[in-house]
Structures are given as structure tokens and as C-alpha cells.
Design a protein around this ligand. Structure first.
Ligand code: HMG
Length: 388
């Protein structure tokens, strides 16, 4: 039985900062961002947006199609948790009117946890083929101002419906894993921004790719040349380009540098306009590939490298299904990005510094989001989400 992604939809904030604006303020050459790290814009969440509202916006078109009774389990992957106990998914469950017999849980391992959620969802569906699992990954990437990480901020959420006989991608059960206790990127509970050893993190990413790939090829009959395209975790698009060159070299690949570049180029386009969305980024990369590539991908093998700092990594394969375009939301994604509003540097700073109540004071939050759900208030330590 084939199990995998039946439908996929993403959401990001309606506000973005062009990295030329950031470069100008920092008196940096904008080409360092546009070419050096391969990023153009970064999404900035509005004060009344967070991982819950973005997640509900991403999942809404799926629930509108399948109905609120159809999903048995909601797995919510994030590293921008809003509560140490309650799953962000429980708020989404109410906002989307999902039924009370649906189980909900949150998963964490940096950017990797969406892939853990996907694999667990596939296992649940394999056990009960009539069940459907909603996997949501939602994150807001935040670094300190004036640090090398600042230009790689971003925000986004992706929702994927996992079912048997999926319309988009059949996920292979063969996976290559790699885990190592390293401190390349982390965020202690008392901080709202991540700490990162940037250069070290890029080295660990490449090492994890090599190790996960070696494990994958030991358990799977698929080899490098069996894959047409590759989706990488996308902290910034240049990282994926470096990773893919690294993998091609490890495999003594006979393709030209241009052909190697073509195997990932379309996966990078949304990320270049959104920035890092941590758990969501690899699957927004999949949306980018499927929404942009004009050629029919049916039957093609896609390689996925999922990386989460700390670190856990996984290489796995998926085969594109005939008629996969029926499970996409290409027009919606294009409109979402086309309708975004550019912000200036002062507006960026005020969004960045928007006060997050720490001591339990009650606050009303003005409506700013263009999305369908918003965080309206925090009262007596309780977050109040409403439809717009
Ligand atoms: P940096 O150290 O300021 O940048 O920040 P740099 O000096 O290394 O320059 C970057 C590139 O731009 C270099 O190219 C320069 O040569 C080039 P490279 O040598 O790498 O090929 N450059 C220029 N190019 C054209 N014109 C110019 C110019 N100037 C320079 N004028 C760094 C880079 C990655 C350290 C920083 O962005 C950072 O700290 N980012 C955050 C950490 C990160 O994203 N790490 C990635 C791996 S870890 C990961 O993916 C997990 C993560 O998503 C979290 C999770 O799992 O939860 C982060």
C-alpha cells in the first residue's frame, strides 16, 4: 500500500523586509545576502500572528475540502513553542472546528520535527489505511539584531494531509538517520531568539548529510542517479546549493554543475522570498518545486534531506504520483506572496520588538494580520485566538 502526502498548503505573513533594506542599514553589500546566502526577502509576523494563526491559515484549505470530521490525528511540529505544556495544535483544532475524537500532539527537534511527524503519520496510516493525519509545521525564525543570523530570519507554516493512495507523494519506508549531540544552534527556554555558532552549524549540516546519506544507501536500493530532484532543509538557499554539490561530489556524479543546480533550483524560490521557516522550510521547498516546475513530474523520485540542529537528520525518498497537481494550492500560494506588503526598516524594528507579555499582564492586540485567524488578546496568561 502506498502512503504519503495527499495535499499540501503553506502560509506566511503578509509582511516582509527586503534584505536590501537591511543591508543598507547595516552598510553591508546587498549582494552578500542576494548572492552570498541566496536570500532576497524575509517574512515578518504581525503582532497578532504566531505559530497557531499561521498553522490554521495553512491548514484551512485542506480542512475546507476534506471536512472537519475527516482527520483522526493532528501532529504539530514547531520550535517556536508558545507553551511548555499545551500543544499549539489544540488551538488549531478548535479554530478549524475539528472533531473531539481527533488526537493532537506537538513535536520538537529543531527543524527536523516536521519530518518525524510525517514519518509517524505514515506509520499511523499504514496501520489503519482509512485514517487521515494532518501534519502541520509552523515556525518564526528569530535571531538577535546585528548578528550574522539576522538576515536568515523568516516565518511560515505548512500543512500536509497524509493518507493512503496519496495524490502527491508516496513516501518510501527506507530512511537514513543521523543523530549527534552538538551545540550548533539552540534556544534555551528563557530566550526568544536562537543562539547559533553559524559557521560550525553549516559544517555540521554537511556532516549530517553525508552520514544520513550513507545510512540511506545502506538500507535503500535507490542511488543518487535515481533521483530527479532533491529537497533540502533551507535555512538559506545557498546552504542547499552547497549541500547538493557536496552530495553530488560524494557520489562522483557525472552531471554538469548546471544540471546539479537544476536538481534543486525550483525548490529554493519560495524560501528566497520568505526566509527560514525552520520545521516548515523543507516542505515549503517541496511546494516551491511542485508549483514552479512546468514539466510533468509523475513517477519521478525526489530525495529529501531534513536537518534539525542539535542535531537529528534524515534522508528519505518520495515518488511523485500521477495527477499530483490536484493536491496542490499553486494559485493560492502565488496570490499569497504577490499580495504581501513590504515594510521599511523602522516598521521591521517595531514588529521585531513588539512586546511579548512575560509577567502575565493582560493585553489586547490590534488587528494587523491579513490572514483568516488572529491572536486577539492575552488575558490572565491565556492566549485568545479568533477567526477574522
Ligand atoms: P556570515 O558569517 O556573516 O556570512 O553569515 P559570510 O561572511 O560567511 O558570508 C556568507 C557568504 O556570502 C560567503 O559565501 C561569502 O563569501 C559571501 P561562501 O564562502 O559561504 O560561499 N559574500 C558575498 N557574496 C557576494 N557579494 C558579497 C559578499 N560578501 C560575502 N559582497 C552564516 C553566514 C551562515 C554564519 C549566518 O547566516 C548564520 O549564522 N545563519 C544562521 C545559522 C544557519 O542558518 N545555519 C545553517 C545550518 S544549521 C540549520 O540549517 C538549522 C537551522 O535552520 C535551525 C534548526 O535546525 O532549527 C538554522
Amino acid at each position: 500500500m502506498s502512503v504519503g502526502i495527499d495535499e499540501i498548503s503553506f502560509y506566511t505573513s503578509s509582511y516582509y523586509l527586503d534584505l536590501r533594506t537591511l543591508a543598507e542599514k547595516q552598510q553591508t553589500d546587498p549582494e552578500k545576502y542576494y548572492t552570498g546566502i541566496g536570500q532576497e526577502k524575509m517574512g515578518m509576523a504581525a503582532p497578532d500572528e504566531d505559530i497557531v494563526t499561521m498553522a490554521a491559515n495553512a491548514a484551512l484549505p485542506i480542512i475546507e475540502r476534506v471536512g472537519s470530521e475527516a482527520v483522526d490525528t493532528l501532529l504539530f511540529a514547531t520550535e517556536t513553542g508558545i507553551d511548555q505544556s499545551k500543544s499549539a495544535g489544540v488551538y488549531v483544532h478548535r479554530l478549524l472546528g475539528m472533531h473531539a475524537n481527533c488526537r493532537v500532539v506537538e513535536l520538537k527537534q529543531a527543524c527536523y520535527s516536521a519530518t518525524a511527524a510525517l514519518q509517524m503519520a505514515c506509520a499511523l496510516v499504514a496501520r489503519r489505511p482509512e485514517s487521515k493525519v494532518l501534519v502541520i509545521a509552523s515556525d518564526i525564525a528569530r535571531y538577535d539584531l546585528n548578528t550574522p543570523g539576522e538576515a536568515t530570519q523568516g516565518c511560515g507554516a505548512v500543512a500536509m494531509l497524509i493518507s493512503h493512495n496519496p495524490r502527491i507523494l508516496s513516501v518510501s519506508p527506507d530512511v537514513g538517520n543521523y543523530t549527534d549531540d552538538v551545540m550548533d544552534f539552540w534556544r534555551p527556554n528563557y530566550r526568544s531568539t536562537a543562539l547559533v555558532d553559524g559557521k560550525y552549524s553549516t559544517k555540521i549540516y554537511l556532516r549530517a548529510l553525508k552520514k544520513a546519506w550513507e545510512h540511506f544507501t545502506a538500507v535503500s536500493p535507490l542511488q543518487f542517479n535515481d533521483f530527479s530532484y532533491f529537497c533540502y532543509h533551507l535555512p538559506f538557499s545557498r546552504m542547499a546549493q552547497k549541500a547538493h554539490q557536496h552530495l553530488a561530489k560524494l557520489n562522483h556524479c557525472a552531471l554538469t554543475p548546471e544540471q546539479i543546480e537544476q536538481q534543486i533550483a525550483d525548490t529554493l524560490l519560495y524560501n528566497q522570498a520568505i526566509g527560514n521557516s525552520y520545521t516548515a522550510s523543507i516542505y515549503i521547498g517541496l511546494c516551491s518545486l511542485l508549483d514552479h516546475l512546468e514539466a510533468d513530474l509523475s513517477g519521478q523520485q525526489i530525495g529529501f534531506f531534513s536537518y534539525g540542529s542539535g542535531c537529528v537528520a534524515e534522508f528519505f525518498a518520495g515518488q511523485i504520483q500521477p495527477g499530483y497537481r490536484e493536491g496542490l494550492h499553486t494559485e493560492r500560494h502565488r496570490a499569497l506572496l504577490a499580495q504581501r506588503q513590504e515594510i521599511n526598516y523602522d516598521e521591521y524594528l517595531s514588529l521585531y520588538r513588539y512586546p511579548d507579555p512575560q509577567q502575565g499582564e493582560s493585553v489586547e492586540i490590534p488587528q494587523t494580520t491579513q490572514g483568516r485567524f488572529r491572536l486577539a488578546a492575552i488575558t490572565h496568561h491565556k492566549r485568545e485566538y479568533i477567526p477574522c
